[in-house]
Design a protein. Sequence first.
Length: 209
Amino acid sequence: MTEGRSRAERKERTRQRLLDVTLRLMSERSLSSISLREVARDAGIVPTAFYRHYASMDALGVDLVDECMRPLRQMMREARRGRTAHSDIIADTVQSLARHVKLHPDQFRFLSRERYGGVAAVRRAIATELRMFTSDLTVDLARLTAGFDWTSEDLEMAADLMVTAMLGTVLDLLEVDDRHPEDVEGHLDTAERQLRLIVLGMGAWRSKP
């Protein structure tokens, strides 16, 4: 039992090392420009050992999308959980997003670059994760707008507008010059105002019967 657990732990450590190495190599490059041999070498394994973990670099890229997006989705759900006031939800969501971007800039650069990149499987994985973001937010909007009798299609449209606004904020934060950290507050203020504007529009919107 202990030997089996140790083997599984070693395999997981190697898998994580492959993900970390790939993310580091992609700081200024696209996934399609990075070779399997390059990743294996930097991870300290022979190329044939790579296949014990992934069938291809595309498969590694898809796993990397999950590695980046899963904790972010969880964090954003936590930011909204139990909140009933729009102002609290917006402020907490924006601040949570900003903290995550600051802690994991390479992950967000990877997602931003590969969203329209050359690896189709990775593009699809990112698109799927963003739809799940929108779906999560749609559920919360249904709870918060119960008295407005919105259709599910309109709720999803509003959620999609919010997700799009947050993606724009991520790009703005990634472009902040380290010499001007004060610019971060400006971007966060803009993000909050954008989300508040969407919420105000929702208050006046009535779904067609």
